[in-house]
Design a binder for this molecule. Structure first.
Ligand code: PLP
Length: 367
């Protein structure tokens, strides 16, 4: 049988998880899994949300509308955009990964620019879609070269995976404005942001004032529902939405109706909002404790947090993944997240610090 080779590789991070499982079996000792990419301080408690769902409804049992349930889109417009957008501009996807793949199937772009340290899936999705990519060293650097990037697309991830750093919102919006004027597409892929924000936030409504901005978001991190495979894409561009909708149809035939109803209930009912808040609050408290602790111990790679703040859910420490493994801590070497694999990134690792504080402390106290 002949197959098509795109150069995309299966996730190396999944391989690390398998290696840890094997080590546990061989040694009989437990390993702290900070190599993962999901908040695991606590789970969202859905016990008050589930009774609100009518499992015997046609809405849940038959094909949903191709671009998503209207009431979920309404809830997204309210929660993310303060009702300043329109449901027509929102396309429901099977999570952020699916959203990104469909964006690159839809956009005609000559080049994609990724942050210097980037989530590996970006590169693999781009390879599958045969779109060339480069990385940008800093936002200043990106703007300095903007003439070369007309018709290119820039991915912005803030807070970033793998660095776990957050830049100032005003600065980010100003940069988006400059890129937009330059005719550069901006793909705003920041699924960790909403984990840190409560109450009124007009960042997204400001972001979508720019016509070259495509927002890709997901409910995997901000409400801990990666198992539901749900996200959305937002754009103001009619032509983009039309083609995206066709690509969405033939890729998915509609997105799981149960997941859509569940998330709509979480976003728009008091029971759901309370459950989501409690999940986020517990996650934030533990992440802050973990960052403060790693900082105090001198383990945090401060050099990466000079003009931004380390917030989570990831953070970078001054240990290689091999060093951490000797202390029974699973991590992902920073070199996984950059094109320059043999450079200084070899001496650092990415940790998922979204774990209970006592658990993390117990392992790092031994170093
Ligand atoms: C930066 C970034 N974007 C998007 C995603 C997509 O997540 P999902 O497909 O679960 O929505 C992830 C997941 O790890 C991510 O780290």
């Amino acid at each position: 049988m002949k197959t098509k080779s795109t150069g995309a590789k299966y996730s190396a991070i999944v391989g690390i998880g398998e290696q840890l499982k094997q080590l546990e079996q061989e040694t009989g000792q437990k390993y702290l899994r900070l190599n993962r990419g999901i908040p695991t301080v606590t789970q969202i408690d859905l016990s008050e949300v589930i009774p609100l769902i009518d499992f015997n409804s046609a809405e849940l049992q038959v094909y949903p509308p191709n671009s998503g349930l209207m009431r979920l889109k309404k809830a997204i417009n309210h929660y993310y955009f303060n009702d300043t957008s329109s449901e027509e501009n929102i396309m429901i996807t099977a999570g952020g990964m699916n959203g990104l793949d469909l964006i690159f199937k839809t956009l005609d772009t000559s080049l994609v620019l990724l942050p210097e340290f980037y989530w590996g899936a970006y590169a693999n999705i781009l390879k599958i879609n045969q779109i060339p990519f480069e990385t940008y060293y800093s936002f200043e650097n990106l703007l300095a070269k903007k003439e070369q990037y007309k018709d290119a697309s820039v991915i912005i991830c803030d807070p970033n995976n793998p660095m776990g750093n957050k830049y100032d919102d005003k600065m980010l919006l100003e940069m988006v404005r400059k890129l937009n004027v330059n005719d550069t597409n901006i793909i705003w892929d920041s699924p960790y942001r909403k984990l840190f924000i409560e109450g009124k936030d007009d960042f997204y409504s400001q972001l979508i004032c720019y016509d070259k901005v495509i927002v890709c978001d997901s409910f995997s991190k901000s409400i801990g529902l990666s198992g539901q495979r749900l996200g959305f894409v937002h754009s103001n561009n009619k032509q983009f939405l039309e083609v995206f909708n066709i690509n969405l149809l033939y890729a998915t035939n509609g997105i799981n109706a149960f997941a859509q109803i569940l998330v709509e209930k979480i976003l728009s009912t008091p029971q759901g909002q309370r459950a989501a808040f409690e999940f986020r609050e517990a996650t934030r408290i533990a992440m802050k404790q973990n960052i403060d602790y790693l900082r105090e111990k001198g383990f945090l790679a401060e050099e990466f947090y000079q003009d931004s703040d380390p917030v989570g859910i990831f953070t970078v420490v001054k240990f290689s993944e091999k060093e951490l493994l000797q202390h029974h801590i699973g991590s992902v070497g920073l070199y996984y997240f950059t094109i320059k694999k043999d450079g200084p990134a070899q001496d650092y690792s990415r940790l998922c610090i979204s774990v209970p504080h006592e658990e993390l402390k117990a392992y790092f106290d031994n170093i």
